[in-house]
Write a protein that binds this ligand. Structure first.
Ligand code: ADP
Ligand code: ZN
Length: 813
C-alpha cells in the first residue's frame, strides 16, 4: 500500500458541491500550503484546485495524488478558509468557485510556464553532450527560471519549442508554473536634493543658480514643482547631477483621482456627535464582534469618523477594510485615507488593470498595508486580523453582485468582522430597511450624526406637482416654472446646478402615431430607447441597436414619435432654455471610457460646468461645494419598478441626491418634480427623514410578509427556447411542491410563488422565468434548495436551460 506523508482537502474550481481529498507525494510535501493552487487529476482531466488544509484520508477510496503545486506563495491566508466555506454554504455555491470569484480577476493571465535547470542539467553542462544552442539556453537557466519567451528574448533569437521539450525529456531542464504580476508599477516621481559637492555659485548659469536657490530654501523638491521656477529644470538637473551639484532621487507618489498630489492633512476638531460616535466604537474595539449602524445625514462628516476609527484599529495591531459602492467614490475615499495614512493604504476595484490589482493583492498578503479600500469584491481582501470593516453607503444596491456568485458585500462584511472578532461599521444617510430593522431588533447598535458639520443647514426642498404641468410642451415640460426660476437665480450667482433623472437616452418610448406600436428590441421584450447623439434606437438590456428613422418598423408609416424622456432630452432642454450655461451630462453613455467619470467630476470641481445632468451616478456621495441647487426632473420613475424595494430605492435616491446640495458655504435647495407628491417615499425624502420612511415601509413589509420579516431565495430559470424554458420552470415548480409536502417539515416553513414569467420576459434571446421561495428562516430555505437538488439534480444541470439560485435576491425583475 502506498503511504503518503499527508492528505489535503482541495476545493476544485468546478460546479461541484463538495471538496476532495488528495494525497501529497513526498516530493511536493514541503511546497504544499493552504491558500496555494495545485494541479490535480480529476476524472480524466487535470484541473486546478485550492488547498484548504489537511484532511483525513477516507477509507475505501483510491486516493489520487497532487500532480503539482502552482504557487510559490499562498493566494489567501489560511484563516480565510472558514469564511469561504461560510459563503459557499450560504449562497449555495461551490467553495472552489467562491474562491475563484474572490481572487483578483485575470489571475490566470499571469500564470506562465517557466523552465529551470535541473541537477542533471548542471552535470550535462560540464560534459560535452550539448550542442552550442542547448548550452546557451542552459547557461541562461542557471541564473534563474525563465519563460520560453524570455529565453528567446535574452538570446536574441527564437528557441524552438521542440528543443526545450527535448531538454526536458532528458531531464536537464524542468518545467514549472509561475505567477507574475502585470507590468504596472507604483507611479514614481523624480525629486531633487542639494548635491554633495559644494559649488561656487558665480560659475553657474543663471538658471542653475536659481535651481540651487530654490533647493536651499526647500531641501527637496519634485522636478515637477521645480519646473514652475525654471521651465528647463528637467534637462538642467541631469547635467547638474552628473557634476554633483544636485542629487536626483525617485520616490513613489500617490495622486488623487484628479491627478493632483495628495498632501498630508490635519485632522479637524471632531464635532460632539462625531466624538461620541468615535468613542462608542473605540470602546468596543477590543471587546469582540459587534455591528454599528452610523446613521449620519449627508455632509455630517461620516468619513472623518471612519478615519479616526481606522487609526484606532491599526494602532491596536489590527487591519481595516473599507468598502465603498463605486469606483468614483473609491477615489474620493482613497484620497482622504491617503492624506491621513499615506502608503498604508491598498485599493482593490475593477478600475485597476489586472496587473495593478494583482500587485495590490500581493501587498495585502505580505502585510505591507494595513488598510484596504475597495468595491464589493474587496470584502475578500486577503487579510488576517480584520479588526474593523467599514461599509460606506451601506444601503447601496451595488453591494449586491449581479452575476456568478450572487453575494451581498454588505452582509458579508458583517460576517467577516464576526469571524475575526472585529467591528462592522455600516454608514449611510439613508440606511436600508434591513439595517434599521436590525437596530430595532438589537442586532446592530445605532450611532447618529444628526447635523451637518460647520452648522451647514440641510437643503430646503420644494415639491412641484407635475400633474399640473400636463399640457405644457417642449423644453418647459421638463423644467417647471419653479425649477426654471431657481436655476436662473443660481446661475446668475455663478453657482452650480445638478439635474437628476433616472433614465438615459433621448426618448424612452418611441411609438408610431399611425399604428400605435412601439419600437421594440429584436432580442428582448422591451421598448428601445432613442439616442439622439448617435441617431440610434438602442436596447438598454442587450445593447442591440438600429438606426433611428421616423419610419415605423411595423406599418412603415413615417410617424414614429419620440415619447418618454431621458437625460439626453433634459440636456437639450437645458441648452435651449439657458443658452449661455455650460451644460454637461453624466450617465452610462458619456462615461464608457476609462477615466471619463473622473474627468467630468474634475470639470465640475473646477467650476467649468454650470449644469450637470445625470442619472443615479450623480446621486452618490460626491462632495462638491459649488452645487447649491438640485433639480429632480421626475421623481417617480423608480417607483414603478416591479420590486418590493421600489419605494425604498426611490426614497434613498431622492434623499441622497438632495444631499449633494449645499455642501459649501451657501445653503442648498432641491426642487423635486413628481406626479405622486403624496407618496410616502417622496414625503420622507422631502423631510430627509429615514425613520419616517422606515416606520411606514416596515408596516407594508410586515403585512405582505416581505423581508426583513421573511427570507427569500429566487430560482431564476432561463433558456433560449421559449417552450423548453417554460417546461423546465414548470417541472421545477412541481418538484418544489413535491419536496414541500415531502419529508423535512417544509409545509409550514416554505412558501412557493410561481413559476411565473419574469417581468421582462426575454433578454438577449433568453426567455426568463422565476420561482420565489419565501420562509422565516434562511436555514430551512437552504435545506429546501439542497433537497430540491437531491430530488432532481437534472433540472439544475440542464444542458440548455440555466437554473440560478439567488439567495437574498435584489433585482426581482
Ligand atoms: P458625509 O460622508 O457624512 O456626507 P463627509 O465626510 O464628506 O460627509 O464630510 C463633509 C465635509 O465636512 C468634508 O469636506 C469634510 O472634510 C468636512 N468635515 C468633516 N468633519 C469635520 C469637522 N469635524 N470639522 C470640520 N469639517 C469637517
Ligand atoms: Zn435587447
Amino acid at each position: 500500500m502506498t503511504s503518503f506523508e499527508q492528505h489535503i482537502e482541495v476545493a476544485a474550481a468546478l460546479p461541484v458541491d463538495r471538496t476532495f481529498t488528495y494525497g501529497v507525494p513526498s516530493s511536493l510535501a514541503g511546497l504544499i500550503m493552504p491558500g496555494k493552487r495545485v494541479l490535480v487529476p480529476f476524472g480524466r482531466r487535470r484541473i486546478t484546485g485550492y488547498v484548504l488544509g489537511p484532511a483525513e484520508p477516507s477509507n475505501g477510496y483510491k486516493i489520487k495524488r497532487v500532480l503539482d503545486v502552482l504557487d510559490d506563495m499562498p493566494l489567501f491566508p489560511m484563516s480565510m478558509t472558514p469564511f469561504f466555506r461560510w459563503v459557499a454554504d450560504y449562497y449555495l455555491y461551490p467553495v472552489g468557485e467562491v474562491i475563484r470569484c474572490a481572487l483578483p480577476g485575470g489571475l490566470n493571465l499571469y500564470e506562465y510556464v517557466t523552465f529551470s535547470l535541473t541537477p542533471g542539467g548542471e552535470t550535462a553542462l560540464s560534459g560535452t553532450m550539448l550542442n552550442p544552442t542547448e548550452r546557451e539556453v542552459m547557461e541562461l537557466l542557471r541564473q534563474g527560471n525563465l519563460r520560453p519567451r524570455e529565453i528567446s528574448g535574452q538570446l536574441g533569437r527564437d528557441v524552438p519549442w521542440a528543443m526545450l521539450q527535448n531538454l526536458e525529456r532528458n531531464q536537464w531542464i524542468g518545467r514549472g508554473r509561475e505567477l507574475r504580476g502585470g507590468e504596472t508599477r507604483t507611479r514614481m516621481e523624480r525629486y531633487v536634493t542639494p548635491g554633495k559637492t559644494p559649488v561656487a555659485a558665480e560659475k553657474l548659469s543663471a538658471s542653475r543658480q536659481k535651481i540651487l536657490n530654490v533647493l536651499a530654501g526647500q531641501k527637496e523638491i519634485s522636478v515637477r514643482s521645480l519646473k514652475e521656477y525654471v521651465p528647463t529644470a528637467a534637462s538642467l538637473i541631469r547635467a547638474m547631477a552628473e557634476q554633483g551639484q544636485v542629487t536626483i532621487l525617485e520616490k513613489p507618489v500617490y495622486r488623487d483621482p484628479f491627478g493632483e498630489p495628495i498632501e498630508p492633512d490635519t485632522p479637524p476638531q471632531l464635532t460632539s456627535e462625531q466624538e461620541a460616535a468615535v468613542r462608542a466604537v473605540q470602546d468596543a474595539l477590543d471587546g469582540g464582534f459587534q455591528t454599528f449602524l452610523l446613521a449620519g445625514v449627508t455632509g455630517s462628516g461620516k468619513t472623518e469618523v471612519y478615519l479616526r476609527l481606522t487609526e484606532s484599529a491599526i494602532e491596536s495591531g489590527k487591519n481595516a477594510l473599507v468598502l465603498v459602492p463605486e469606483i468614483a467614490l473609491i477615489s474620493q475615499m482613497e484620497r482622504r485615507f491617503r492624506s491621513r495614512f499615506g502608503e498604508q493604504v491598498a485599493v482593490l476595484h475593477s478600475g485597476l488593470s489586472a496587473g495593478e490589482r494583482y500587485d495590490q493583492w500581493k501587498r495585502i498578503l505580505r502585510e505591507e498595508t494595513r488598510i484596504v479600500i475597495g468595491a464589493r469584491s474587496a470584502v475578500f481582501a486577503p487579510f488576517e486580523r480584520v479588526g474593523l470593516v467599514i461599509v460606506d453607503e451601506e444601503h447601496d444596491t451595488s453591494y449586491k453582485q449581479g452575476s456568478d456568485l450572487l453575494y451581498n458585500a454588505r452582509d458579508l462584511a458583517v460576517v467577516r468582522a464576526k469571524m475575526d472578532g472585529g467591528i462592522a461599521l455600516l454608514g449611510s444617510a439613508t440606511p436600508s430597511v434591513q439595517s434599521c430593522y436590525n437596530v430595532r431588533a438589537k442586532k446592530f447598535r445605532e450611532l447618529v450624526l444628526s447635523r451637518r458639520v460647520e452648522q451647514r443647514p440641510l437643503p430646503r426642498i420644494t415639491l412641484v406637482d407635475l400633474r399640473k404641468q400636463r399640457d405644457v410642451r417642449g423644453a418647459r415640460r421638463f423644467i417647471s416654472p419653479v425649477l426654471h426660476k431657481a436655476m436662473t437665480e443660481v446661475l446668475d450667482r455663478g453657482e452650480q446646478v445638478l439635474l437628476f433623472l433616472n433614465r438615459r437616452g433621448f426618448a424612452s418610448f418611441p411609438v408610431c402615431a399611425a399604428c400605435g406600436d412601439s419600437v421594440r428590441c429584436a432580442h428582448c421584450d422591451i421598448t428601445l430607447t432613442m439616442h439622439r447623439l448617435e441617431s440610434a434606437y438602442r436596447c438598454h438590456y442587450c445593447g442591440y441597436s438600429r438606426e433611428a428613422t421616423p419610419q415605423c418598423p411595423t406599418c412603415k408609416a413615417p410617424r414614429v414619435q419620440l415619447l418618454g424622456m431621458g437625460t439626453e432630452k433634459v440636456e437639450a432642454a437645458v441648452k435651449a432654455l439657458f443658452p449661455a450655461a455650460r451644460v454637461a451630462r453624466m450617465d452610462r453613455d458619456t462615461t464608457t471610457r476609462k477615466g471619463s467619470v473622473l474627468r467630468i467630476l474634475k470639470t465640475l470641481k473646477n467650476r467649468a460646468i454650470d449644469v450637470l445632468v445625470g442619472t443615479q451616478m450623480v446621486t452618490k456621495g460626491h462632495d462638491f461645494p459649488g452645487i447649491t441647487l438640485v433639480g429632480v426632473i421626475c421623481a417617480d420613475l423608480s417607483l414603478s419598478f416591479p420590486d418590493f424595494r421600489a419605494g425604498e430605492r426611490t426614497f434613498q435616491l431622492l434623499a441622497q441626491v438632495a444631499g449633494r446640495a449645499g455642501r459649501g458655504d451657501v445653503p442648498g435647495r432641491m426642487i423635486l418634480q413628481t406626479y405622486t407628491p403624496d407618496h410616502f417615499s417622496i414625503q420622507a425624502a422631502r423631510a430627509q427623514d429615514f425613520r419616517a420612511f422606515y416606520n411606514t415601509e416596515i408596516g407594508f413589509r410586515r403585512a405582505l410578509d416581505y423581508p426583513p420579516f421573511t427570507r427569500m431565495i429566487q430560482l431564476k430559470i432561463s433558456g433560449k427556447e421559449a417552450d423548453e424554458t417554460r417546461g423546465v420552470a414548470e417541472q421545477l415548480g412541481t418538484v418544489c411542491r413535491d419536496v414541500r409536502v415531502g419529508e423535512g417539515n417544509f409545509t409550514g416553513e416554505i412558501e412557493i410563488l410561481g413559476p411565473i414569467e419574469a417581468s421582462i420576459t426575454r433578454i438577449a434571446d433568453w426567455y426568463r422565468w422565476q420561482i420565489l421561495l419565501k420562509g422565516r428562516r434562511v436555514n430551512s430555505l437552504h435545506r429546501f434548495v439542497r433537497r430540491l437538488n437531491a430530488a432532481d439534480s437534472s433540472l439544475f444541470n440542464h444542458p440548455r436551460v440555466r437554473v440560478v439560485v439567488d439567495v437574498d435576491p435584489f433585482f426581482m425583475s
